[in-house]
Design a binder for this molecule. Structure first.
Ligand SMILES: [Zn+2]
Ligand SMILES: [Zn+2]
Length: 239
């Protein structure tokens, strides 16, 4: 006797991104039930678009914004023909700046978390650059962020964030818990903004290292002053 066949479409549930408050991003759409686009580019930058099921397209069981659904379709088609193409970069300069600085910060921050933690703690090192939508109630602009943290089983005890706000795309902000430790325009961007980009500059590497040290010093001072245990209520509210 032949085995019963199961129709694939009925079994496969659609996977949506995280549910978000604030409604669908599509102009004119009033729908409040909305999810993040699941697109993540080859550098682990997440798409910032949030839309209702009507304004998301499903490709291979996963829901994307209309633009990324077509990108993912092309990638899937290429893969079916035997060529793997990595998901192209999201074109967002705030996300790119976070990513650029986070590359230099990753190793020294993780080293510190190892040093500051103990055997009861775990290290969260999330390579994704995530977007948080503007919070109108708190009058906060949207921002892109890379996150490291120390956690125990009950929650996060030290949260280190590197972020760029939409409203200040040249400024890197380093946070410890909910505190802004450093908020500064990196020297190579300062030079560019003041039109000095053609003038002789210190070597790129020296400049980057100095900038990295400035951020790390602020983090070290913060932990030296406050330790790694923070009131849980503050931390959980932001993660
Ligand atoms: Zn919609
Ligand atoms: Zn998208």
């Amino acid at each position: 006797m032949a085995k019963p066949t199961t129709p694939v479409e009925e079994v496969e549930a659609v996977r949506y991104g995280e549910a978000e408050g604030g409604g669908c991003d599509q102009a004119g759409c009033e729908n409040q039930e909305a999810y993040r686009c699941l697109y993540r580019d080859r550098r682990a930058v997440d798409c910032s678009w949030v839309a209702c099921p009507e304004h998301l397209n499903v490709v291979e069981g996963r829901a994307y914004c209309l633009r990324h659904a077509s990108v993912v379709e092309v990638l899937a088609l290429a893969l079916a023909r035997g060529t793997q193409v990595l998901p192209p970069d999201l074109d967002n300069r705030c996300a790119s700046l976070v990513l650029w600085v986070a590359r230099d910060m990753d190793e020294p921050v993780v080293d510190r978390l190892v040093r500051w933690g103990d055997s009861n703690m775990s290290i969260i090192n999330d390579p994704a650059i995530r977007y948080t939508r503007p919070d109108r109630l708190r009058q906060e602009s949207g921002h892109w962020e890379r996150l490291w943290a120390l956690a125990t089983r009950t929650g996060i005890i030290l949260r280190v964030g590197l972020r760029v706000d939409d409203s200040r795309p040249e400024t890197i902000i380093l946070t410890g818990g909910t505190t802004h430790l450093v908020s500064t325009v990196p020297p190579w961007i300062q030079r560019h903004l003041s039109g000095e980009s053609n003038r002789a500059s210190p070597s790129d590497l020296v400049e980057r290292l100095a900038f990295q040290q400035e951020l790390l010093l602020a983090l070290d001072n913060y932990v030296e002053k406050y330790g790694v245990s923070f009131p849980k209520i503050l931390i959980t509210a932001r993660v």
